[in-house]
Unconditional design. Structure first.
Length: 216
């Protein structure tokens, strides 16, 4: 985004409670970023975040993956729906679907995910328990460009929280969520300001930002 007269158009994909989506929507309101959430799309009708988004007066869509015969058919339809909103960025925020290579390719450089681990550690599910089992003393989250490989891709920013002796999965996930919101919102700000560049080397550069690391 370089044209300052134009608002950055954002589509957010969710599957559940959508707290990352909520914090992004609230940040846009508060900071008056030149960004607009043009649609929130869920793959489940009972996603709690969809209800919240509707209450905020946002445009919402539900596209139930279960209604499609194959992953490819769902992804093709999802891509078609997203394209109608002409987004500058598509943010995955607790969107629990593996996306097909053709989908990812279609949104190359525009598709961003948050994952609750310090990638490349612990792609996939149960990241908090895996961090506990490994006796890590730090747990973290990663915001990254999406590639066709699950929970993989050029890293834009990471955040860390300490793991405490008495932690279980729930307490650790809760502590991490606070930093997830912070990291995703910082990245959003950089995106809106047009500072995030995906270099040909596959590395990320954020103009004017030396450290893309956050801690509680
Ligand atoms: C977050 O930990 C997110 O990183 C992960 O799923 C969780 C969803 O949280 N992928 P929410 O739906 O944004 O509240």
């Amino acid at each position: 985004m370089t044209d300052s007269s134009k608002k950055c158009r954002i589509v957010i994909l969710i599957s559940g409670r959508g707290s990352n989506m909520q914090s992004i929507v609230e940040t846009i309101k508060k900071k008056q970023l030149a960004a607009e959430v043009v649609a929130v799309i869920a793959n489940k009708a009972d996603a709690l975040g969809i209800q919240w988004a509707q209450e905020q007066g946002l445009v919402t869509e539900v596209l139930e993956h279960k209604a499609f015969a194959s992953r490819q058919q769902f992804d093709d339809q999802l891509a078609t729906v997203i394209q109608t909103y002409q987004p500058d960025y598509v943010l995955l925020a607790g969107f629990m679907r593996i996306l097909s290579p053709s989908f990812v390719e279609q949104f190359d450089g525009k598709l961003i995910n948050i994952h609750p681990s310090l990638l490349p550690l612990f792609p996939g599910l149960n990241t908090h328990q895996q961090a506990l089992d490994a006796q890590l003393q730090w747990h973290g989250c990663t915001v990254h460009f999406v590639t066709a490989v699950l929970d993989h891709g050029p890293i834009i920013a990471q955040g860390i929280v300490p793991v405490q002796q008495e932690d279980d999965e729930t307490s650790l996930a809760g502590r991490l969520l606070a930093i997830e919101h912070r990291v995703y919102n910082e990245v959003l700000q950089w995106l809106v300001e047009g500072r995030v560049r995906l270099l040909e080397t596959g590395r990320v550069q954020v103009d004017g930002v030396a450290h893309r690391a956050f801690a509680l």
